[in-house]
Design a protein around this ligand. Sequence first.
Ligand code: HEC
Length: 158
Amino acid sequence: MTTKTTILAGVLLAGLAATAAIGDSHVSKAAQAAVKARQSTMQLYAFNVGQLGAMAKGEVAYDADAASAAAGNLVKLTSMNQMAAWMPGTDNATLGDMTHALPAIWESGSEIGAKAGALSEAAVALEAAAGGGLDSLKGAMGAVGKACGGCHEMYRAK
Ligand code: HEC
């Protein structure tokens, strides 16, 4: 209790948005950890796709090994079981600004699983293509970008 009070006081003194800080203190540790885990996974998606995108755009020289490695990482990341990170009750209507995950993810008829599966499939095709030359890499990038965007459009708040 003392620690919590001290931390809260510290946060308020630090001049952070007071409302957000107080709101977050009511969010369970499990919910916070789940949000952090999925956002971190997304960052790893972006890190690996970013390397491939830089090669595709000619910002970085094409490197077959590096391309294969990044695409392989994306396959591994998308084949993780991420259920725990998408814990019910962790949408942005419930948690506020700490997440951009829309409630529709958890509503009946949600296509989030299919959207995740589409990315997984595109990543497998990307891994097969990435080491086969720049044109081969470029040819497989579009489907990955579409899979990312397709899910964001429906399930991520702007
Ligand atoms: C199955 C749906 C889905 C797919 C597929 C998907 N995303 Fe996301 N992404 C989300 C959702 C939902 C959020 C918001 C998560 C949150 O804030 O809790 C998000 C957030 C992000 C973020 C912000 C993370 C942060 O730190 O807040 C990045 C970056 C991102 N996605 C990149 C990607 C990339 C790159 C791909 C494709 C390789 C991708 N995403 C595929 C649903 C998806």
